[in-house]
Ligand binder design. Structure first.
Ligand code: UDP
Length: 342
């Protein structure tokens, strides 16, 4: 009998497990009875996201950058790769590291999955469609990416990572699955994340002007983090392997101006709107076609934007009140006494 069959728990590696989505995934996998090994460099992940798990008997933290990780010293059944800065200002802050995280980091994790005969879910992104010329975006749309622009480190890095995953799949080396994640929001986003929902909620709660880039007529489709996590787990578990990328996102589409109005209403804020220049290559419209996820995974989002935004607003209000400090990259703990659990 192999180690795999005598172990009573599945072991899941969550790379990026201290991040916004990754920490919710760690919670969900532990709740399913898995052992969870979280790998995070704390570049954008935060120790307070997983502090409630630190003493969990089936949780293990490995502080490492996936660009350097070579092995996991215990049996592994599943690898989820969510390790990468995902907010435009964060992934553009060190674009070469972003590209290497996508390519070298994913290659390292695929090699670990191959060593353990583990299944693999790659967190890809709607960014691989670039500024799309087809709407909504189906998985067979090949995208419109500026391969030399400021977003390329992430868009092209994630495209290369998808190519790696499908080559590993076709060559029979790793049971890889690829999720194309559309805009996701919820508790545990960094207040300084820089993306639209965290920016608007933090600004509204602080009574500061809401920053709208461009006309505000560009659209996004926002998925609450719990819905996304359910989709990621379903994609890992579905049999047989779809062998195709799967969009995961909420197809309800909003303009940025509509989102700002909703934020003002929910937070009862009187903040004004200030219009700033649109960043280069900012996609004008984005909305997932989720027929593949509905068909193959029997998955679709359940939480409407208004409900999710309310939960996110409550969390940000608490986080701002407690002025939650962060743990620095070298791991020295400055975590306060308040633990927020969702
Ligand atoms: N955006 C904005 N104000 C902000 C942050 C973002 O108007 O404070 C816009 C941004 O230009 C884009 C949309 O909101 O059109 C979503 O941006 P985000 O960075 O959240 O994610 P993206 O989908 O661009 O990766």
């Amino acid at each position: 009998m192999t180690m795999h069959t005598i172990r009573d728990k599945k072991t899941s590696v969550v790379a990026g497990g201290a991040g916004f989505v990754g920490s919710h995934l760690c919670d969900a996998l532990l709740a399913k009875g898995h052992r969870v090994i979280c790998v995070d460099s704390y570049l954008t992940g935060r120790a307070e996201n997983i502090i409630a798990l630190e003493n969990h008997p089936h949780f293990r933290m490995i502080e490492a950058d996936i660009c350097n990780i070579q092995m996991i010293d215990e049996p592994v059944d599943q690898v989820f790769n969510l390790a990468c800065a995902a907010s435009p200002p964060h992934y553009q802050a060190d674009p070469i590291h972003t590209m290497m995280t996508c390519v070298q980091g994913t290659a390292n994790l695929l090699s670990i999955a191959a060593q353990h005969h583990a299944s693999f879910v790659q967190a890809s992104t709607s960014e691989i469609y670039g500024d799309p010329e087809e709407h909504p975006q189906r998985e067979d749309y090949r995208g419109n990416v500026n391969c030399t622009g400021p977003r390329a480190c992430y868009d092209e890095g994630k495209r290369a990572a998808e190519a790696l995953c499908f080559d590993m799949f076709r060559s029979g080396k790793v049971d890889t699955r690829v999720a194309r994640i559309f805009n996701t929001y919820g508790p545990r986003m960094r207040p300084d994340d820089g993306r639209i929902i965290s920016n608007l909620l933090v600004q509204a709660l602080k009574g500061e002007p809401l920053t709208i880039y461009g006309s505000g007529n560009q659209t996004r489709s926002f998925c609450y983090v719990k819905d996304l996590v359910t989709g990621l787990i379903s994609l890992m578990e579905v049999q047989p392997n779809p062998g195709l990328p799967v969009n995961l996102g909420n197809p309800s589409e909003f303009t940025i101006n509509e989102l700002a109005d909703l934020v003002l209403e929910l937070t009862r804020s009187r903040s004004e709107l200030v219009y700033k220049p649109l960043p280069m290559d900012d996609p004008q419209r984005r909305r997932p076609d989720i027929v593949r996820a509905q068909t193959l995974l029997e998955w679709e989002p359940t939480i409407p934007l208004e409900d999710g935004l309310r939960m996110a607003a409550d969390w940000f209000a608490l986080a701002l009140r407690n002025d939650l400090p962060t743990r620095s990259r070298n791991g020295s703990s400055q975590v306060g006494s308040t633990v927020l659990q969702f």
